[in-house]
Write a protein that binds this ligand. Sequence first.
Ligand code: SF4
Length: 369
Amino acid sequence: MTLAAMSLDLPVPKLSIKSLTLEDLAAHFAAQGDPAYRAKQVADWLYQKRVDSFAAMTDLPAATRSRLAEEFSFVGPEIVRVLGSEDTTRKFLFRLGDGSLIESVLIPASPALYGQTSDRRTACVSTQVGCAYGCKFCASGLDGFSRNLDASEIVSQLLAIEAASGEEIDNIVFMGMGEPLANLTNLLRAIRIINAPWGLEIGARHITISTSGLAPQIRKLASEPTQFRLAISLHGATDEVRSRIMPVNRKHNLTTLLGACDEYVAQKKRLMFEYILIAGVNDSDEQAHQLAQHALRLSAKTNLIPYNTVEGLEWSRPSRNRQESFLQILRDHGAVATLRREKGHDINAACGQLRLQTKRAENPVAAEQ
Ligand code: SF4
């Protein structure tokens, strides 16, 4: 028997109900000859009342509940570990239905974090299991890429964090594990659910997508009607420096990336730069002058982030003086910039570290492969 024929015998995994938009639910019920209001009832159970089974949707007929349970799955992520305490950054390690591990972070209210003003509880969410892009400062890149998350696995991170913490999330950054724009279809579907009045109702301006610089997808985002925020992980102001830190720059170099950003900004959308300051690598005066030019060209605010030590990587953060001098050069050019003290430094909040440690502890041989 061929592999293809053998695979025909495998059960097809059920689609998760939390991957569906209200329109999808409406189409589903219409196809079954059910009343149109069923779609809104199900959305209410999922995102307002937050039940964890079809059986709990008590205003649906029993036959409808059984049919939904046969057709769709309802599994949420299992929390494996939580690090941090109530008033500090908390990191959640989740196990998905197929055993994969992903991380999310809940960051308490903090002035100027990701450009937001105070009293916001920010969730930093993953979009892939592992990552293929191999940025040299990032633990997610140390372990390769496994798969994309589906929309429900993206949305469910938020539901699980809110349930476990009792906190209401009002700001989301897609800066967890994975390159969000490499999973654009599922990301946009998840954002539709997160943003919708029938869903999690989080305003588009409180949703930030971070990218390592996938120029073609940035162009696609330019034509998206929703006004979410876009953060470009720049980390180098010339091709020579950026390629050392971010291998993606060899595919989409700065000319291509900044050209895509021009198109994005031309649609009256704003973007910002993230720039991790690494001692002796990208923190020179020349880099600061070049970075200021890029930022002014795109009217982009720049967030400077002192490097966060990653186990197994050699780099270090510049001295406080160097950080301040770099910031001052940007400001002298008239560029808007902030210097952030990295939150979560003590609990390995940098992308991918908790997952890597847990994977190595659970399965030391496989994790090294
Ligand atoms: S920074 Fe983002 S894109 Fe780069 S390796 Fe880490 S997860 Fe991937």
